[in-house]
Design a protein around this ligand. Structure first.
Ligand code: UDP
Length: 404
């Protein structure tokens, strides 16, 4: 399949929105944008960049995607930073700090950062700004909820972040006390990507069957990395409470996390919690399982994302786009997508999740209505066309070309 082009999105969002993108882009035609993150595959950021870069190019922006290279020691350090920014108390050791800074220094020499605007995603490459010749506006794009970080970790990262000309956060409550301007841009999904494109029931059923599942009974689904902040064990507890009264099955779908020691530990805990229960399927999927995720989200009666911390929650967006109601933890970006009684429910505990699961399982017509509303919410606010418009507007602002 050839990659979708801008006009292909008109059928979903209307041609006026595409026209707006072209008008905005026209004012910065030829702008050279270097975009840096720390992986080309895996995770929401890489997924978004893989679509933004070609579409920005189609709009006449010369977008280049650069990827940081690091050692296992560096990624251990950045994982610790990531968790600490989300409040974990694990200390960032002197060695970790050194590995972090040194990797950034080496990458600043290796990467091509000559551009009119540089956009750096997340903490991993944030220190590049210390070592690269800084000849244009640099923007730091933070995807995580760093609103209540471990203070020492934020102090460490902030020395680098403060050198930027602007920061971008997903929500107002994530903004930090920084001297430069801060902007809000919510993430988005690509409605034409394999993970989100339309899929017939037959196709979804065929995929489900490979995992030994079908739609004969109500299905509750959480798609997530096996990570403590996603609380998969809490989902199992809630599911068990709900299933005492209502027939249903649970699928916890996620990567096998071979490269993540913490993930492997959580996966063990999940298997222990699910043990002996034929109604709970813990399904490991490889990283390129987009169609499988699409099928699971479509086959779900209710989608769950019971996170206890969440930057945004693309799985919530994906679920809503498939017209399914979502029950989510009342945290971070989930609260901008899930509205009680409208697109799903926000919950604070396994008990709350169990209650809302039963509520929706017993009200299929209402669940369908909420799902339909969720799809419209996503159409208006969380598709990549809106996201591109925000970036173009920000490029206009930081280059000063937005003024009449
Ligand atoms: N995802 C995936 N495989 C997995 C788990 C998640 O492809 O095993 C996808 C998921 O569909 C979503 C993204 O990865 O597109 C996760 O983004 P989210 O914001 O929900 O959470 P994060 O993992 O970034 O904390």
């Amino acid at each position: 399949m050839t990659a979708p082009r801008l006009d292909d999105y008109a059928a979903i969002v209307g041609s006026e929105r595409i026209a707006v993108l072209r008008r905005l882009a026209h004012r910065i035609e030829g702008l050279r944008v270097a975009i840096v993150n720390s992986t080309r595959v895996g995770g929401g950021v890489a997924e978004m960049l893989a679509r933004h870069v070609p579409l920005l190019s189609e709009l006449g922006i010369s977008a280049r995607w650069e990827v940081l290279e690091g050692t296992p020691e560096f990624f251990e350090a950045t994982k610790t930073i990531h968790n600490a920014l989300q409040g974990s108390t694990r200390e960032l050791t002197a060695r970790m700090r050194e590995a972090y800074v040194e990797t950034n220094r080496r990458n600043a020499e290796r990467l091509d950062l000559d551009a009119d605007v540089v956009v750096v995603h997340d903490p991993q490459p944030a220190a590049l700004v210390d070592f690269a010749p800084k000849t244009c506006p640099w923007i730091w794009r933070c995807h995580i909820d760093a609103s209540r970080p471990q203070r020492a970790a934020w102090r460490f990262l902030a020395q680098h972040v403060e050198r930027y000309d602007a920061s971008v956060f997903s929500m107002a409550s994530f903004a930090k006390n920084l001297a430069h301007p801060q902007y809000l841009i919510a993430p988005s999904i690509d409605p034409l990507a394999p993970k989100n494109r339309d899929m017939s029931d037959e196709e979804a059923d065929r995929i489900l069957a490979r995992f030994g599942l079908d739609r004969s009974r109500p299905l509750v689904v959480q798609v997530s990395r096996f990570d403590r902040f996603k609380d998969p064990v809490g989902v199992i507890r809630a599911f068990r409470m709900a299933r005492r009264r209502d027939d249903c099955r649970l699928a916890l779908v996620g990567g096998t996390a071979d490269d993540d020691p913490e993930g492997a530990q959580i996966l063990r805990e999940v298997h222990d919690a699910a043990e002996g229960d034929p109604d709970i399927s813990v399904l490991g999927i490889p990283p390129d399982s987009d169609l499988e995720i699409n099928a699971f989200q479509r086959a779900a009666t209710v989608i769950v994302q019971k996170s206890t911390k969440e930057g945004f929650g693309l799985t919530v967006t994906e679920g809503l786009w498939k017209g399914r109601p979502v029950i989510g933890g009342a945290v971070g970006g989930i609260t901008t997508q899930v509205f009680n009684h409208q697109t799903g429910f926000l919950v604070h505990s396994p008990e709350g999740l169990a209650y809302r699961l039963r509520f929706l399982l017993n009200r299929p017509a209402l669940a369908e209505e909420m799902g339909a509303r969720g799809r419209e919410l996503v159409r208006h606010h969380f598709l990549l066309t809106r996201h591109l418009r925000d970036w173009l507007t920000l490029f206009l602002a930081v280059t000063g070309r937005g003024a009449p």
